[in-house]
Design a binder for this molecule. Structure first.
Ligand code: PFF
Length: 456
């Protein structure tokens, strides 16, 4: 077996972990969730969820990974026992299935980037109908998803330092430059300030149980929690790192990018008098219409840059998702990285085919019945089970593991390594309260509510 290796520096880890966190969740999902759930009111609840749940759960995952120095299955087995190892297996399975559906959306983003920059997407009459036709077209879907998975595989093949860390250090700064450039442009448009107001001035009467539950789900999705991604990355960081600080920086970066994505998209949407509540089609339907109105040259440049941004964000996330099962198999089977990456890239791509065919190409997958009266696609079902329900479940089981098996004092001991002032500090008490009471209770509630909403 090759040596485990690891991130070379704090910056390397932060770039990679923030790369994992910053993804389609920030730029595609966050704006439409915020748009549908009251704009600024959603943003407010989201920020609370990030601090009270996202950050401490991330601290827990990284600490487990670093202490065990192993993949999620190996970590739960060595710090717990073989039965606890099943929680790790569940996380790895969620990672595989999640990536299979996520890569389809990444493929759309890639196709839109090429089609807007160099093709004729902007000249279509009806962007809603175009998007419908686009996602139903198996040739485009197949080709662009395959391209995305291939690029992801090539980077993961390079390993932690030469592949993942290096890619994140290049892609993340470009992502920030593109994002800031696009925001400056969008703020200069007519009516942009209406969008800023909708996004930043909260109307607290809009906060409902639904807002809170959506915000918590979004926080988990966005921070890559609950499926062992940060156990995996955490297993590669140095003992000298301060985990609480590192997790804090990743949380702040991820929140900042989601916040900035909103600051880009709402002014764009309001500048054209469109509705912010367009749902999942917001980025693929509303925005291309807006780019088209900018004229052929500006539209190509601004629209192309936007979808390039989306691709880069997605890529640093697909990399981290592919690394979860990769680290697992390399360690458990002692196989070479090359063989493992090839195996999972092909396997996950094959699993993603039904998700690709879920948008009108094949009726069976497009109308994948759960039970009478509720039609869902196969693609929806993958996200429902392995993301919306799977992530809070994984997070809750991790809390139970820490509290009942590994024990809080071991967690505190791990957190004190690389952080001498931690023992006895206010931070220790604060983390103790969050991880012992707040997180497990809220995650259990969220798991039950999601299960009910999605399946009953
Ligand atoms: N955090 C990513 C996003 O916001 O798009 C999605 C994700 C990546 C979730 C990696 C989980 C994961 F392990």
């Amino acid at each position: 077996m090759e040596s485990r290796g690891g991130f070379t520096s704090r910056l390397g880890f932060i770039a990679a972990a923030a790369g994992s966190a910053v993804g389609l969740g920030n730029i595609w999902r966050f704006p439409y969730e915020a748009g549908e759930n009251g704009g600024a009111a959603f943003l407010f609840v989201y920020l609370v969820c990030m601090v009270l749940i996202g950050w401490p759960v991330m601290v827990g995952e990284i600490a487990i990974g670093r202490r065990a120095n192993a993949n999620p299955y190996g970590a739960y087995t060595s710090l717990g026992n073989r039965n606890w190892g099943l929680v790790g297996i569940w996380g790895i399975l969620c990672g595989i299935m999640f990536l299979s559906a996520y890569n389809v959306v990444a493929g759309w983003a890639f196709g839109y980037f090429l089609g807007i920059s160099f093709g004729d997407i902007l000249s279509t009459e009806n962007h809603g109908a175009f998007f419908g036709g686009y996602t139903a077209d198996i040739t485009d879907n197949f080709f662009y998803s395959l391209a995305f998975m291939t690029i992801t595989g090539i980077i993961v093949l390079g390993g932690i330092q030469k592949g993942i860390e290096k890619a994140a250090k290049i892609l993340m700064p470009i992502l920030f430059v593109l994002l800031i450039g696009l925001i400056i442009y969008s703020l200069t448009l007519n009516n942009a300030m209406e969008g800023v107001k909708y996004y930043l001035i909260p109307d607290f009467s809009l906060i409902t149980l639904e807002t809170a539950y959506s915000a918590l789900g979004q926080a988990f999705f966005s921070l890559s929690l609950g499926m062992g991604c940060l156990i995996t990355y955490g297993s590669y960081i140095k003992k000298s790192e301060n985990i609480i600080k590192a997790a804090g920086l990743v949380t702040i970066t991820d929140t900042l990018v989601a916040f900035l994505a909103g600051l880009l998209i709402f002014p764009l949407v309001f500048s054209q008098g469109q509705s912010p509540t367009a749902g999942p089609g917001l980025v693929f339907v509303a925005l291309p219409g807006i780019f088209a109105d900018m004229g052929p040259v500006a539209g190509r440049i601004v629209g192309g840059s936007f979808f390039l941004l989306l691709c880069f964000a997605a890529l640093t996330s697909t990399i981290s998702l592919l690394e979860i099962p990769t680290t697992f198999l390399i360690e458990q089977k002692k196989w070479a990285r090359k063989k493992v990456v090839a195996l999972f890239a092909v396997l996950i791509f094959l699993i993603s085919i039904p998700s690709m065919l879920s948008h009108g190409a094949v009726d069976f997958f497009s109308n994948f019945l759960y039970y009478e009266g509720r039609n869902k696609t196969f693609f929806d079902m993958v996200f429902d089970i392995f993301s919306d329900v799977g992530l809070p479940l994984g997070g809750f089981l991790m809390m139970v593991f820490i509290l009942t098996r590994w024990k809080m004092y071991n967690l505190h001991e791990e957190l004190a390594i690389g952080n001498e002032t931690y023992p006895g500090s206010f931070m220790q008490k604060f983390m103790g309260i969050l991880l012992t009471y707040i997180c497990p209770i809220l995650l259990l509630i969220m798991f039950i509510v999601t299960l009910k909403v999605k399946f009953f």
